[in-house]
Ligand binder design. Structure first.
Ligand SMILES: *Cc1c(COP(=O)(O)O)cnc(C)c1O
Length: 384
């Protein structure tokens, strides 16, 4: 089976891991963590970076550090990996779920503007309230789906007008740009990148927050490092044990040395699929908005046919042919813990998610393997 996305560990990972063992620095303090933070800050165009145990824990602590409290609402797209909304729930808050735009599969900014105007009001103390539920709206969480940057100028403008902090889930968007600006330099309070095993660069697991604000960076570091004050056992707030270990960062540093090359390889894979299937009427490519240089964390196709059984058949037949073809995210408004969350109409989301088929896109995918995938996919649609 040609796998969907496996790590590419052909760099200095083993050498750096051996350094951790030799030095005995294996835990949450160590030189690789600092080096990793510096590398990610530089690559993403941000001043400060703080590395964490996972992308999910980074989002949770970022939302807390941005002032999200119990019973609040956090604006988020419904079409996302479950971690984005889980992090909101970890704060005791609820997502306010939005539909996405077909051009970038990220939050629909026109809908965002209209709902903020029509469905919120300001309390005398200045808090922004969601009129129907009476809950305070306390942040916007855009997601850079597949490593495609969301429409950040429009989002930032609305955030400013409504005094809302922006926490970006850019999990798979390291190495991408929005209007020629790197993805960590887009004026958000916090921007998160994930280093989970299937991301373009991995640390075996892990996350990071980047920001340009020294106070925000300090607060985030404090919250994620047990909120310890001084060298003894004093803690001034409820803290979390959320930092990255030196072992993870050792792998992360070796991976970061290949970030540019890995993103190029991902982009080539996406381009090859796009060109190879351009004449097939039954399928469409993943989005490629002009304002961004996307990372194409995943590649694949969108099948025009809406019959769920046929879509399952396509995936089953591709898997029988030796290709790890999979479905993609099921939107949050269809997930059991979030059925009660306030939401917009979901026309785009509901129509889209079941028609996505992801295809092999590891950075180590050979030309022969990609040709094989192309051939099998073409046969599917010739047969239909
Ligand atoms: C991978 C991913 C995450 C989660 O990151 P972890 O490091 O696995 O916790 C969150 N959001 C999105 C959009 C992702 O793709």
């Amino acid at each position: 089976m040609i796998p969907l996305a496996v790590p590419n560990l052909a760099g200095r990972e083993a050498e750096y891991l051996q350094e951790c063992i030799t030095s005995t620095f294996v835990s949450t303090v160590g030189p690789f963590v600092t080096r990793f933070e510096e590398m990610v800050a530089a690559a993403s165009g941000a001043k400060y970076a703080v590395a964490t145990s996972a992308g999910t824990t980074a989002l949770h602590a970022a939302l807390l550090s941005a002032g999200v409290g119990r019973d609040d609402l956090v604006i988020a797209p419904s079409f996302t990996f479950i971690a984005s909304v889980a992090a909101i729930a970890h704060c005791g808050a609820l997502p306010w779920l939005f539909d996405v735009s077909p051009e970038n599969w990220s939050i629909d900014v026109t809908l965002l503007a209209s709902k903020l105007e029509k469905e919120t009001h300001r309390r005398v103390d200045g808090a922004l309230l969601h009129t129907e539920t009476g809950r305070r709206v306390s942040a916007i969480l855009p997601v850079f789906t597949l490593g495609i940057p969301a429409q950040m100028d429009e989002i930032n403008e609305l955030a400013k007008a409504y005094y809302l902090p922006v926490v970006v889930d850019a999990a798979a968007a390291l190495g991408t740009t929005y209007k020629d600006r790197p993805s960590g330099s887009l004026s958000a309070e916090f921007t998160m990148f994930s280093f989970n095993g299937n991301k373009t660069v991995t640390a075996g697991g892990g996350g990071i927050i980047v920001t340009d604000d020294p106070e925000k960076a300090r607060l985030f570091r404090h919250v994620t490092t047990t909120a310890r004050v001084g060298a003894d056992y004093d803690h001034d707030m409820v803290g979390y044990n959320y930092r990255m270990t030196n072992l993870q960062a050792a792998v992360g540093c070796a991976q970061m040395e290949n970030l540019g090359r890995f993103v190029e390889l991902k982009r080539n894979i996406a381009r090859n699929y796009r060109e190879a299937f351009s004449d097939l009427a039954g399928i469409a490519p993943f989005p490629d908005p002009e304002y961004a240089r996307s990372g194409y964390w995943f590649s694949g196709i969108v099948v025009n046919n809406r019959d769920p059984r046929q879509l399952t058949d396509i995936r089953v037949r591709l898997r029988e042919a030796g290709i790890d073809a999979r479905p993609f995210w099921k939107p949050a408004h269809l997930q059991a813990p979030y059925v009660g969350a306030p939401r917009t109409e979901m026309t785009v989301c509901d129509n889209l998610w079941q028609r996505i088929v992801t295809l092999p896109c590891s950075t180590g995918l050979t030309v022969a393997d990609q040709d094989f995938v192309v051939d099998k996919v073409r046969r599917q649609f010739a047969n239909n």
